[in-house]
Design a protein. Structure first.
Length: 397
């Protein structure tokens, strides 16, 4: 028979797991039992997967305004409702605002509610940090350096984040190529390193593919699934052989090995991006990307192995634009150029709706559209330094 004490803990666990993170952080000081419960991995997982913790759309804007002196460089993050309806401009809540932010280059994720922030635009100036917006925790990641020959310049790089399912370790894979100015060509070697959060260290890898593989083209959101990260890629070999120009490059976070498989039959002259659609790997491609009224976007979904199916073609009736994301199965998000208004096109209702953002004052910069669920997953080290905070990362790191 269940005792009154056991019933109390069962009911407490059930109620607390349905509360937002901000409330739980306050309730940790109610008593030691609550504090201990909220910090357990089982409770953190239960809270993350709770029906009350719904997936929401997040808009992050790193803006630049060169018309003011000194230059305005804000980094703003907004949360939208879990349900967005055609014809209704949604409300949004500012959850983070940073002033005078440094050289932000990317935001990746989320993985279990965690984001990877990237700074740096120079050959050895890359810096990273884990960020949990819900708990406001930030963790600086040690820098890693690649041994390269003199005279090489940064050519291209791509990032992937995910979970080692064997050890439940949050990892980062960083792939880089360099430009040889003397040869006016890409240096014939691919460099890579993987970071382990548990070990708080980087390990250099030897990728098994050629520098001629133009890997890791743009992705929407985070293309991580079941221990693997995915990038859309192409190579001179595929083009020369006349087979599918695009293929999918993979990275297994447990084995730390790269792989690949065939992509959909997309013409080489098409712009293409990779994203997750309902948990499936999918691509979006267009010959007339960004064009007003005439841009057609083909949506392909991977159904098993090398099998792809085209589910539909999207033709948004909007002016010149950039496609910056997708929400649910059928809502495509665009940033209009040059007005920097953000809106979505509902493929089902064929209706265009504003998301309520106009970034015209800080149009120079980047806008990211992310699918987000808040999380209690800790990112700080056992003994964090005074620099392990989001303000230091944004401004001073």
């Amino acid at each position: 028979m269940t005792t009154n004490t056991e019933i109390y803990f069962i009911v407490t666990d059930h109620i607390l797991s349905r509360l937002p993170v901000q409330s739980l952080l306050r309730f940790k000081c109610v008593c030691k039992n609550w504090n201990d419960l909220i910090k357990t991995s089982s409770f953190i997982e239960k809270h993350f997967n709770s029906e009350s913790n719904r997936l929401r759309l997040m808009i992050t804007k790193f803006g630049l305004n060169y018309h003011k002196y000194p230059c305005v460089r804000p980094f703003d993050t907004y949360l939208l409702p879990d349900k967005i309806f055609s014809g209704c401009v949604p409300t949004h809540k500012l959850i983070y605002h940073g002033e005078d932010v440094g050289d932000i280059r990317g935001i990746y994720g989320p993985i279990d509610g965690l984001f990877l922030l990237e700074k740096g635009h120079y050959i050895d100036n890359g810096r990273f940090g884990w960020w949990n917006p819900a708990t406001k925790e930030c963790r600086l990641i040690p820098r890693v350096f690649f041994e390269v020959e003199d005279g090489l310049e940064d050519n291209d790089h791509r990032i992937g984040i995910g979970i080692d399912l064997a050890t439940h370790d949050y990892k980062i894979i960083w792939i880089r190529t360099y430009w040889n100015d003397n040869e006016s060509d890409i240096f014939p070697k691919v460099y890579a390193a993987v970071y382990s959060t548990k070990n708080d260290s980087w390990k250099h890898l030897e990728p098994n593919f050629s520098h001629e593989c133009q890997i890791c083209m743009s992705s929407q959101h985070c293309t991580y699934k079941n221990g693997m990260y995915y990038w859309i890629s192409t190579s001179k070999k595929y083009i020369a052989e006349g087979i599918n120009v695009y293929f999918i490059r993979t990275f297994d976070f447990s084995t730390e090995l790269f792989g690949d498989f065939e992509g959909p039959p997309i013409p080489g002259e098409h712009w293409v991006t990779l994203f997750l659609r309902g948990g499936s790997i999918a691509t979006m491609s267009s010959k007339d990307v960004t064009q007003a009224m005439t841009a057609f976007y083909d949506i392909w979904v991977n159904i098993r192995g090398n099998n792809w199916i085209k589910v539909y073609t999207v033709n948004p009736p909007i002016t010149n634009h950039l496609c910056i994301g997708i929400w649910e199965y059928d809502k495509f998000i665009y940033e209009l150029t040059p007005s920097c208004k953000v809106l979505f096109y509902d493929q089902t209702t064929k209706q265009v709706t504003s998301l309520g953002f106009e970034f015209d004052g800080i149009g120079f910069g980047s806008c990211w559209v992310l699918s987000y669920k808040e999380s209690l997953v800790p990112v700080r080290k056992e003994k964090p330094s005074e620099k392990d905070n989001i303000e230091y990362f944004m401004v001073d790191y």
